[in-house]
Design a protein around this ligand. Structure first.
Ligand SMILES: *[C@@H]1O[C@H](CO)[C@@H](O)[C@H](O)[C@H]1NC(C)=O
Ligand SMILES: *[C@@H]1O[C@H](CO)[C@@H](O)[C@H](O)[C@H]1NC(C)=O
Ligand SMILES: *[C@@H]1O[C@H](CO)[C@@H](O)[C@H](O)[C@H]1NC(C)=O
Length: 168
């Protein structure tokens, strides 16, 4: 592969992965619900994900004062909760028993389980954004679970799909 082709390929890869990592709030709500997060907690988790990562699963935050880093959707600390990829002086525990890089996955299962463990042990205050932004009236997630009102276009699409299925 010549240099130009390689560069454009890598650019394309970078771009497509950038597009893939940002979750829509209702998409996150649905995934959390499937992972058995109580419905009454969904608004709070969405608020935390919004202020911690802007719904971005791959984000590693700027280093904290002690050099530690925060990983993923819920910005989980590699000081106490996951094992950083390289040895560091500050790393103290691996509370969630995971590698930090697993917390950056588009499969959010590990990040959600770890966040739930943190909440169980420390409560919402484990997230500094909570008291400031998420402990009040929040956007209701009920709208995420209501059947969508279909546009005429979508209805036609469904009918076409159904027709196709019947033929096959
Ligand atoms: C973390 O990754 C290392 C290798 O990179 C692996 O040996 C280890 O089992 C992983 N730990 C966990 C908790 O998944
Ligand atoms: C996501 O990760 C979990 C835990 O590692 C695994 O059990 C599950 O099968 C994965 N889901 C998908 C869709 O890959
Ligand atoms: C949330 O707000 C309530 C009522 O203002 C307050 O009593 C509580 O301590 C707050 N919780 C956190 C974690 O900030």
């Amino acid at each position: 592969m010549n240099k130009f082709a390689l560069a454009s390929w890598m650019c394309l890869l970078g771009f497509s992965s950038m597009l893939a990592v940002r979750l829509e709030p209702c998409d996150l709500a649905g995934q959390l619900y499937i992972l058995d997060v109580p419905k009454v907690e969904l608004s709070q988790w969405l608020c935390i994900a919004d202020f911690e990562s802007r719904f971005n699963t791959h984000v590693i935050g700027r280093a904290n004062a002690d050099g530690s880093l925060d990983y993923g959707l819920f910005q989980i600390s590699d000081r106490y909760w996951c094992a950083p990829p390289e040895e560091t002086l500050y790393h103290a525990f691996n509370g969630c028993n995971v590698n930090c890089t697993e917390l950056l996955s588009d499969n959010i299962t590990t990040a959600v389980r770890c966040a739930q463990l943190i909440k169980k042990q420390q409560g919402w205050t484990a997230w500094s954004v909570y008291a400031e932004f998420c402990n009040g009236t929040l956007t209701d997630t009920d709208k995420c679970f209501q059947p969508m009102e279909m546009t005429t276009e979508q209805i036609t699409e469904v009918e076409t799909t159904t027709a196709d299925t019947e033929i096959n």
